[in-house]
Design a protein around this ligand. Structure first.
Ligand code: C2O
Length: 596
């Protein structure tokens, strides 16, 4: 049976140590051993950091601005309001968005919360916290912690269903906010559904969700320091489903929820420990061995955490149609972990593989504790440039939750930007991916120039273009002679607008720049990999439910690494990976976006 062990070994300090951005982790590397048996012990030094990478990084830091916040005006629709969840939760309707076949919704679509009073939910005021709750990485907790956590979940499961603190009601929150339980009636748009995914509402909504969930659990066991664990999937030591969630078997050999209340029957059996999570999961096994899987995961984290602007990291605000665009992690590692955990044998990949059911698996909260940590970590990477959105529409967007005293309250994004003000923090865990800058697979071959005449230019292409097969297109760059100063002032961004897809199924495609057809697959470990677009299904079975969004990829560093900075055109390749048969893209372009 494969096993994974890891130890941190101090190595020679890198020359970039003086940089505030990298000093935290660059003095260590990891020795990871993926053992296929106890007597075999192949060692791998991670990450592959070369002096070239380090030098370039210094150069980038010297330039500044590349990690900067930019406001993108090119994707997402303009928003003229802060999204406001209804005061009256009784206006909630069955969360049937996309549900044409409710019979297949084994978890049910009646996701509205119980109404306990007629009063308007007051604005929530963050209390003063005498002591912070410290969220630990799930792979490092001791037995006492697991006993306590299981007791809290058992107590929650034992509450009557109608109690807003019950297991079922907590799970329903996700379904109501995702599958159309609420509308934008308070924004004067009663026919538009409130949707907290695929937009900049994603991080703050889930932060508040976990905030109350954690406090309710603490209250149930009389421990107001209780903190949720996080599933540390960005670190090799945490890349398995946390062991505490795995089934515990009774005398007859059946998994028993009474023995482990953190067990959920609707999970992919082949992904129980010691399977290593695939942060680029396509719905089928990657076939990578343990070492390559870990490396690809770390490169994935690099590509989704580094070189992000505020807009590409958070996504953009919903517009009048209720739709925004997703950020890098939401649309990347977050989706992969959902789909990878859900049971492929269930009609809707319940529980984690579908938004309507995800809240019923304890893994959801452990997963989202790490998503929440990514927000916190990202800001810490470079506090000068990695900033929260500052526009009023984002700051004043609000949701309603039952607090730990069963009082319905209204909470705002603006109060969710600082975890310590919310009374918790994360026990630190290394972020080795910070050194996993991808490496160019093919260099300096001017791939785009060689494709002229073979591949269409964007202006010759008919849009929307179908994604049922690989799409190749030459895209003109706004400028080829960008000085260091120009780069400081503006990011070069690849926009895919009007991505339309069937939201009933898992959908994923990869985006490559200047990729050559040589039979070798380009993965996240290669510079040519600009990123991925991956969606958790929003609906169930039955007829198609089309959704539209966009996505933006910062490509400054990519262009440097593949030595394409002087090229007039780049070759953009979209590779469908799952559920893309009905998908189309209506615009592909590269623009310069000021860093402000
Ligand atoms: Cu509300 Cu992981 O999704």
């Amino acid at each position: 049976m494969a096993s994974l062990s890891l130890s941190a070994v101090p190595t020679t300090p890198l020359s970039s140590r003086s940089s505030p951005l990298f000093s935290k982790t660059s003095t260590h590397r990891f020795n990871v051993s993926c053992n296929s048996s106890a007597d075999e012990n192949p060692k791998l030094i991670l990450p592959k950091s070369t002096s070239l990478n380090v030098d370039r990084r210094n150069m980038l830091l010297g330039l500044g601005g590349l990690y900067g916040a930019a406001s993108l005006t090119n994707i997402g629709s303009a928003s003229a309001f802060p999204v406001t969840a209804p005061d009256n939760i009784a206006d909630c309707v069955a969360a049937t968005d996309g549900v044409r076949d409710p019979d297949k919704a084994i978890r049910g679509t009646a996701c509205c919360p119980p109404k306990l009073s007629d009063s308007i939910p007051p604005d929530y005021v963050l209390p003063n916290f005498p002591q912070l709750r410290i969220r630990p990485p799930a792979q490092r907790v001791d037995d006492d912690y697991i006993v306590k956590y299981r007791a809290a979940i058992a107590a929650m499961r034992a509450l009557p269903d109608e109690d807003p603190h019950s297991w079922k009601q907590q799970g329903k929150i996700h379904c109501a906010y995702c599958n159309g339980g609420y509308s934008l009636e308070m924004n004067g748009l009663p026919d538009v559904k409130l949707q907290i995914h695929n937009s900049s509402l994603f991080y703050p909504f889930h932060r508040w969700y976990l905030y109350f969930y954690e406090r309710i659990l603490g209250k149930l066991i009389g421990d107001d320091t209780f903190a949720l664990p996080y599933w540390n999937w960005d670190n090799p030591t945490g890349m398995m489903l946390p062991a505490m969630l795995a089934p515990v078997f009774d005398d007859r050999g059946n998994p028993n929820q009474l023995l482990n209340p953190l067990f959920d029957p609707f999970r992919e059996v082949k992904h129980l420990p010691p399977a290593i999570v695939d942060l680029q999961y396509r719905g089928t096994e990657s076939g990578l061995d343990c070492i390559d899987q870990i490396n690809t995961n770390l490169s994935t984290m690099y590509s989704q955490m580094i070189n992000q602007t505020t807009d590409t990291f958070f996504g953009t605000n919903p517009g009048d149609d209720g739709k925004g665009t997703p950020g890098s992690i939401e649309n990347g590692a977050h989706t992969s972990v959902h789909i990878w955990t859900g049971n492929s044998k269930m009609p809707n990949r319940e529980d984690m593989g579908n938004f309507y059911s995800a809240g019923y698996d304890p893994a959801f909260y452990v997963h989202h504790a790490n998503v929440d940590r990514m927000w916190h970590v990202w800001k810490g990477l470079n506090p000068l440039t990695n900033k929260d959105p500052i526009d009023d529409d984002w700051l004043n967007a609000s949701y309603v939750f039952y607090d730990e005293n069963r009082q319905l309250v209204r909470v705002y994004n603006r109060d969710a930007v600082d975890v310590t003000k919310m009374g918790y923090d994360f026990e630190p865990s290394r972020t080795p991916w910070i050194n996993n800058r991808p490496v160019a697979r093919v260099k300096a071959s001017n791939v785009a120039a060689q494709s002229v005449g073979v591949v269409k230019k964007v202006e010759e292409m008919e849009f929307p273009v179908k994604l049922d097969q690989t799409v190749k297109v030459l895209v003109k760059r706004p400028s080829t002679k960008r000085s260091e100063d120009d780069k400081k002032k503006a990011n070069e961004i690849l926009f895919l607008n009007g991505i339309k897809y069937n939201g009933q199924q898992f959908f994923k495609f990869d985006v490559l720049v200047d990729d050559v057809d040589d039979g070798i697959e380009t993965t996240a470990a290669s510079s040519e990999f600009a990123g991925t677009f991956a969606q958790v299904p929003h609906g169930l079975g039955g007829e198609k439910m089309f959704m539209t969004t966009g996505r933006a990829f910062v490509i400054n560093e990519l262009l440097e690494d593949i030595e394409a900075e002087d090229d007039e055109y780049v070759l953009v390749t979209l590779v469908p990976r799952a559920g893309a048969d009905d998908a189309t893209v209506s615009e592909i372009k590269i623009q310069l976006v000021p860093t402000e």
